[in-house]
Design a protein around this ligand. Structure first.
Ligand code: DHB
Ligand code: FE
Length: 286
């Protein structure tokens, strides 16, 4: 059967992708950001999974106000990096895993989460920047990826509690797939940032670090935090953090297993308008 070996959490700041693509990683502004991912890239090489289940948000690239799925699972064979206005990023096409994705769709919908099934989708910085941070600049991404898009742009957006419960359902789905696959689940977006209005530029280090603490040690309690707390404390775009609860909800300890091992923790301010947060958690009981 398939199993979940680890979860990875990271911000997806688009300027990080641009800095990497334009060879600016050693510039004084960017060097400390990329330094925080040196461990992660080595870890990723040593712990390359068979599939990454990548929870992210689309930024009006694949979807628009014409159509707003709350939860959308990618079931395609591949996904093209999107043109977000400056041409597509020069990164590899993302290979999908249609068989596992279709199985997860079947299982999770039968567990009463009404997913949208997406057979064709371009992927924006929400998905490609986390891959770049964890994998660097390879000719091809190291494994197939199942994109899982969450609406955190247009209200109403899903609650942290619903995201956490969805993570449990996704774990159950993965564990019932009849192939010996090593799957990682990634939660991306965040941390505190606000891109608009009078509070544009808001960053809240205290909130972010408390969020990381609770994500590790008290995810069920953290899942109860209401939207208004995210928006007040972490800014309007800080709501992207609910996606981290999907990945955390899929870890073993949530359903009675052992606590995960914290392999890496990193926090840096600022990158563009955003606080960068990053965690790698490993399941210890397979
Ligand atoms: C920025 C952050 C985001 O999450 C995003 O989607 C776009 C821009 C920023 O920090 O500039
Ligand atoms: Fe974003």
């Amino acid at each position: 059967m398939a199993h979940i070996s680890a979860s990875v959490f990271t911000s997806h700041v688009p300027a990080i992708g641009a800095a990497l693509d334009m060879g600016k990683t050693q510039e004084p502004y960017w060097q400390p950001v990329f330094a925080g991912y040196e461990y992660s890239k080595a870890w990723m090489k040593q712990n390359t999974p068979d599939v990454i289940f990548l929870v992210f948000n689309d930024h009006a690239t694949a979807f628009s106000l014409d159509m707003i799925p709350t939860f959308a699972i990618g079931t395609a064979a591949q996904y093209t990096p999107a043109d977000e206005g400056w041409g597509p990023r020069p990164v590899p096409v993302v290979q999908g895993h249609p068989e596992l994705a279709a199985h997860i769709a079947q299982s999770v919908i039968q567990q009463d989460f009404d997913l949208t099934i997406v057979n064709k989708m371009d992927v924006d910085h929400g998905l490609t920047v986390p891959l770049s941070l964890m994998c660097g600049q390879p000719q091809a991404w190291p494994c197939p990826v199942i994109p899982f898009a969450v609406n955190v742009v247009q209200y109403p957006v899903p609650s942290g509690q619903r995201c956490f419960n969805l993570g449990k359902a996704i774990a159950k789905a993965i564990h019932s797939f009849d192939a010996d696959l090593n799957v990682q689940i990634w939660g991306t977006g965040g941390m505190s940032h606000q891109l608009q209005g009078p509070r544009a530029g808001l960053i809240n280090k205290q909130f972010d670090n408390a969020f990381l603490d609770r994500l590790i040690a008290d995810p069920a309690g953290l899942a109860q935090m209401p939207h208004i707390d995210y928006v007040r404390e972490a800014g309007s775009e800080g709501i992207e953090l609910v996606m981290w609860l999907i990945a955390r909800g899929a870890m073993s300890d949530v359903t009675g297993g052992a606590a995960p091992l914290v392999k890496h923790r990193f926090y840096h301010v600022p990158a563009s308008n955003t606080a960068v947060g990053h965690l790698i958690l490993e399941n210890t009981d397979g």
